[in-house]
Design a protein around this ligand. Structure first.
Ligand code: SIN
Length: 328
């Protein structure tokens, strides 16, 4: 029998039922110093403290990672009250690094942080080189500590800024600590310097794995009736949206001066604020004070970042990093 050419009527219409590739949501994941963060919004110190204090009101697991308030060798009650005042341009704080000390942190705070299931970065602040060495060696040997952040930027303690405002001291301290730290070492930089690029480069050359900036800007608020400082610690550190342009500028300068990742922070309250930092060169951002008004700020930022990526056709937040265009 002759093979019949199938007529139109005989043809079976085969429908393709194989799964269609779905429009994939852009990725918010970032990697810094080998640590994978599911999203680039990190819980920065400030009102978030060590996490336990705010766990009932803030969904800490929505953050890509948690950076602790700085741990010191001995427990600290903090500076005299008032520790925080509101100014027309943001919060001025002189907390003075209140914390349970190294032993208290390991016994009380770290076990809670471990339950979050996100990378934990432990900030440490020493009053001397020896104290920094002690802190880094003890903290870095604890399980589940993804990285140690060296805070050479606190404006509210006697020795806070000694290292961070001097590029040579920063280099010496970080070189020493780098050799003793088996996990990635981040360095928190202060904006209270003339040229952030010089200190950023010193930290990188000493072996820092990432930079975090900026800490608060030193300020003074005066009660004119009493002619006295409003803060118990006299001077303090200014945070909030007013410092954002300064922070974005410094992130841009540090990112241009260095090849290691930069984590940007300072006055972020919405996705556009965070995007300014990414475009300036930050690979992740830190959010602290914004949780006071918006406890779910991390999820809100992630939603806003995702919709920006979709709108601009980017497949990953990393595609946005350092894309500032300057027309000559
Ligand atoms: C403080 O505890 O005084 C603020 C922390 C810091 O600025 O590093």
């Amino acid at each position: 029998m002759r093979d019949q050419e199938p007529g139109i009527k005989d043809q079976t219409i085969v429908q393709d039922r194989s799964p269609k590739p779905e429009a994939r949501s852009p990725s918010l994941a970032v990697e810094i110093a080998g640590i994978r963060f599911a999203n680039p919004v990190l819980a920065a110190p400030g009102p978030l403290g060590f996490g336990r204090e705010v766990q009932s009101v803030v969904d800490l697991r929505a953050f890509g990672g948690f950076v602790t308030k700085s741990v010191t060798v001995e427990p600290r009650a903090g500076n005299p009250y008032p520790q925080v005042v509101q100014t027309p341009s943001g919060w001025l704080n002189s907390l003075g690094l209140p914390n349970h000390g190294l032993g208290g942190f390991i016994a009380k705070d770290l076990p809670f942080l471990r339950t979050l299931g996100i990378p934990i970065i432990v900030s440490v602040a020493g009053e001397s080189v020896d104290e920094f060495v002690t802190l880094v060696e003890w903290v870095a040997r604890e399980a589940d500590v993804a990285a140690v952040e060296v805070n050479v930027a606190c404006p509210n303690v006697h020795a806070g800024l000694v290292f961070g405002v001097d590029a040579n001291l920063t280099y010496e301290l970080i070189s020493l600590l780098r050799a003793r730290c088996p996990v990635p070492l981040f360095v928190k930089l202060t904006p209270n310097v003339t040229d952030i690029a010089v200190v950023a480069r010193a930290a990188q050359e000493a072996g820092a794995d990432a930079l975090a900036l900026i800490n608060t800007i030193a300020g003074l608020a005066i009660d004119v009736e009493r002619r006295q400082p409003k803060l118990g610690g006299v001077t303090g550190g200014l945070s909030g949206p007013a410092i954002r342009p300064v922070a974005v500028r410094m992130v841009w300068e540090a990112a241009r001066a260095c090849t290691i990742p930069v984590i940007g922070m300072g006055g972020i309250t919405g996705a556009d604020d965070a995007l300014e930092f990414f475009i300036a060169g930050a690979r992740a951002v830190g959010v602290g004070s914004a949780v006071i008004d918006t406890p779910n700020v991390a999820s809100q930022l992630c939603e806003g970042l995702t919709s920006y990526l979709v709108r601009h056709g980017f497949s990953s937040i990393t595609d946005v990093v350092g894309t500032l265009e300057i027309s000559s």
